[in-house]
Design a protein around this ligand. Structure first.
Ligand code: DQA
Length: 146
């Protein structure tokens, strides 16, 4: 089983960016924790981050035929990234949207997600553990566990 973990704009700055909101961990640390969890579950975890919507779309298009699910934190593209939304929908894969912060408890414009309607579900406000929860859900569901 292969799960993609995709992060959008500015998430490469985790660890330096507003730590009160996004937590202390760098993206490399989060990726490594999720990969370790993948090893324990016997699942391949492939991580990718870009600040460019086109590069995210290219990655999803290239990888989706060989993948079983996508965990995505689209960053600010959450709120207006229609081509990313279409690429996720076209992948036909189960998608879990993750936000480190609670997007419903911040500025009003953050409360709208254009990607959530094509996602299986969304985890918002649980910090880096949201990625871990998303991985567990996708793996359990693929394996048909109740
Ligand atoms: C975010 C929330 C977005 O509104 C913001 O633009 C981000 C990060 C989060 O993980 O909480 O870049 O997706």
């Amino acid at each position: 089983m292969k799960i993609l973990v995709v992060n959008g704009p500015n998430l490469n700055m985790l660890g330096r960016r507003d730590k009160q909101i996004y937590g202390e961990k760098t993206l490399a640390e989060i990726d490594s924790l999720v990969k370790k969890q993948g090893e324990a579950l016997n699942v391949e975890v492939v991580t990718f981050q870009s600040n460019s919507e086109g590069a995210l779309v290219d990655f999803i298009q290239k990888q989706s035929d060989s993948a079983d699910g996508i965990i995505i934190n689209p960053g600010a593209l959450t709120h207006y990234g229609f081509s990313l939304r279409d690429a996720l929908a076209d992948s036909k894969l189960p998608v879990v949207e993750v936000h480190l912060s609670n997007i419903y408890a911040r500025e009003e414009w953050r409360a709208k997600s254009v990607t959530a309607p094509i996602a299986k579900g969304q985890i918002s406000g649980l910090g880096w553990r949201g990625y871990a929860a998303a991985l567990q859900v996708l793996v359990d569901e693929q394996r048909g566990e109740n």
